[in-house]
Design a protein. Structure first.
Length: 102
């Protein structure tokens, strides 16, 4: 999640974690016994603030690239989902302050 705080929607000056766009990050289990130099596959489930977001591809690629830069990561898969729908209630306190909502 810390690495994903480097990713932004180009139209909103708040990272995607504080926007509440990340629904889950899963480290895929290795088949067989893990070795010390084993590289993991990561799956990210996320949404966007609105269906049809023009930055959909850009944000998804940004997430994939950032995760794949982490040590020990083999590959990342990003799944954009629409259920549950994103709402402003998902914003972190920091995001609310930055956006002037509270």
């Amino acid at each position: 999640m810390t690495a994903l705080k480097d990713c932004y929607d180009p139209e909103i000056p708040v990272n995607i974690v504080d926007l509440g766009l990340i629904y889950g990050v899963t480290i895929k289990p290795e088949a067989g016994e893990a070795q010390p130099d084993t590289r993991q596959d990561i799956e990210v489930e996320m949404t966007l603030t609105a269906p049809g977001c023009p930055a959909h591809t850009q944000i998804s690629q940004q997430v994939k690239d950032r995760i794949e830069q982490l040590p020990g990561v083999n590959s990342a898969t990003v799944n954009v989902v629409w259920t549950p729908a994103w709402t402003p209630e998902r914003l972190s306190q920091a995001a609310r302050q930055k956006l002037g909502i509270e």
